[in-house]
Design a protein around this ligand. Structure first.
Ligand code: FMN
Length: 191
């Protein structure tokens, strides 16, 4: 007998792709839907239930503030000989093309090795990504070098760190297969 919830989740997992801002349509993402997607993130597994994921959601006028900040951080922290005006402009543009950009942060509790809280936060992002993908919202996780410098802008505490930004938008991209080498090349069986 076919298990429909297994078939559905398998399809959502396999169809999730990184979808980039130039493909976003500009359709508004309602705040109520964002809360639902964040609720999905919030059910990620978490050792000792430290729930270390933190999200700062940029939408509407917040996107302009973030666009300016990321572009300025790129300028400030890139040696003049490596600075590219095109990259500066793209950094702003991709934020402004997005329906929402979510800063991903981890809050280290001190109760666990940091890697466990990083791993839990990544699980939360995957939940968000899968749920967004299932409602037709594309996204991708961006981790530029400038994330080391955005703590003050994001209002992070001393035990918190930014792990990147999740760009999101409704999109019309056709489905494409995952580009992965075979799983059996990454598995060793002990039988
Ligand atoms: C922790 C993490 C950081 C990432 N950072 C970036 C990034 O800075 N730039 C980027 O283009 N993609 C980034 N990605 C997304 C991957 O590029 C994307 O998942 C990969 O290209 C595979 O595509 P797919 O997810 O559609 O299969 C990141 C993904 C993860 C998990």
């Amino acid at each position: 007998m076919q298990n429909t919830s297994y078939e559905s989740i398998k399809q959502v997992i396999k169809q999730r792709r990184a979808i980039f801002p130039p493909s976003y349509t500009g359709q508004e993402i309602p705040k109520s839907l964002l809360v639902e997607l964040l609720e999905c993130a919030n059910t990620a597994p978490t050792h000792k239930r430290t729930q270390p994921w933190r999200f700062i959601v940029f939408r509407e006028r917040g996107l302009t503030k973030l666009a300016d900040q990321l572009a300025e951080q790129y300028k400030e922290h890139t040696p003049a000989e490596h600075f590219l005006q095109k990259k500066y402009e793209n950094t702003r543009e991709k934020v402004l093309q997005s329906g929402v950009v979510i800063a991903i942060a981890v809050s280290y509790s001190g109760a666990l090795p940091q890697w466990e809280e990083l791993a839990a936060t990544a699980c939360a992002v995957q939940n968000l990504w899968l749920a967004a993908s299932a409602v037709g919202i594309g996204g991708y996780w961006s981790s530029p070098a400038t994330i080391q410098h955005v703590g003050d802008f994001l209002g992070l505490a001393a035990n918190e760190a930014c792990l990147g930004f999740f760009y999101m938008g409704f999109h019309n991209e056709p489905a494409r297969d995952a580009n992965r080498s075979p799983i059996l090349d990454k598995v060793r069986w002990e039988e």
